[in-house]
Design a protein around this ligand. Structure first.
Ligand code: 13P
Ligand code: SF4
Length: 316
């Protein structure tokens, strides 16, 4: 870390103390942001921490929908995000007006939405899920329940395949997780025959099928810690490798490569918009701030709180 970054880190720590602020960071953030955060976690953990913090300011180092979820849960707190342009291609693949029309066409279906959605989509949702709890929440409904699942078709297909359900899927996807190359992963498996392929369920089905383990970012991390394997081919955003490596210094993590790039890793361009400098400035000037319309918030908080309640009951 150079002197400028050291000064930024010191400044961020001072501002957090002075303003009673906490920093919540997703595993897909740059390593320097993960290292300075009060908590680093997956989408579920970020929502859980936001729901229980006593801080006056939450800085969400992640993407916009994560900040919105924190704001929906904590309307009286100031929720900041270092870069307001940190969006999400998956959330963007589900415009609220089109999704609402789809929901209205199927009045006999309940609506389960992935947390990677806008507040307006959550407002027409019965229960929110993350990749950590999606299976259990879907299975908490009787087998003959008619379900709309959105917006991720890959996660929806995966949950259908492991639960035997036939949920009606919204046709959305994440541009990062859809990018992984099956051919290149198979080639890596030949190069590292003892490595386990570990995959996020937002990836396409052929990649899921050749994987040794499929799970949310938190589940993948846990797997690498407890597994006897020494090498892992990681098919999710490569930022999570920072935390994996910290927990397992003796293990090797190989980022799964995307289809058409000369780069060996796969990064979410939205997540990587956040930088130490932007984090410092957002704490100093208390902007950009996440704002959610109060009418939408009051509807969106219901399915998020249902998810948190079920997750707590399940010990997740
Ligand atoms: P999780 O953090 O729930 O694993 O989700 C991954 C993701 O794509 C976040 O944007
Ligand atoms: Fe959205 Fe995909 Fe980036 Fe996650 S990795 S924030 S799902 S675009």
């Amino acid at each position: 870390m150079d002197t400028k970054d050291e000064q930024l880190v010191a400044g961020i720590r001072q501002l957090c103390k002075k303003k009673n602020a906490i920093i919540l960071a997703h595993y897909y953030q740059e390593g320097d942001i993960q290292d300075i955060a009060d908590y680093v976690g997956d989408s579920l953990a970020l929502a859980q921490w936001a729901a229980k913090t006593t801080a006056d300011i939450i800085v969400l180092c992640g993407v916009h929908f994560m900040g919105e979820t924190a704001k929906i849960l904590c309307p009286d707190k100031k929720v900041l995000i270092p870069d307001l342009n940190a969006g999400c291609s998956l959330a963007d693949s589900c415009p609220a007006d089109e999704f609402t029309a789809f929901v209205n066409e199927h009045p006999d279906h309940i609506v389960i939405s992935y947390v990677n959605t806008t507040a307006s989509v959550k407002a027409v949702t019965d229960i929110v899920v993350t990749s950590t709890n999606a299976r259990q929440i879907v299975e908490s409904f009787p087998k003959d329940t008619k379900i709309i699942f959105g917006p991720d078709r890959n996660l929806g297909n995966y949950i259908n395949s492991i639960t035997g359900r036939d949920m009606l899927l919204w046709n959305g996807a994440c541009h990062v997780h859809e990018q992984f190359s099956l051919e290149k992963i198979i080639a890596l498996k030949k190069q590292y025959p003892d490595a386990a392929v570990i995959t996020h369920p937002e990836c396409k089905q052929p990649i899921i099928q050749i994987s040794d383990f499929v799970g949310s970012t938190a589940a993948l991390l846990k797997y690498t810690i407890s597994s006897d394997k020494k090498q892992f081919i990681v098919a999710t955003e490569s930022g999570v490798i920072h935390e994996m490596q910290k927990h397992s210094l003796d293990k090797e993590f190989i980022p799964a490569p995307p289809n058409d790039s000369t780069c060996a890793c796969n990064e979410c361009s939205f997540m990587r918009l956040n930088t130490l400098e932007k984090l410092y400035n957002c704490l100093k000037y208390e902007t950009p701030e996440i704002v959610v319309d109060e009418g939408i918030r009051q509807k969106a908080v219901i399915p998020i709180e249902k998810m948190l309640k079920i997750s707590a009951e399940l010990g997740l």
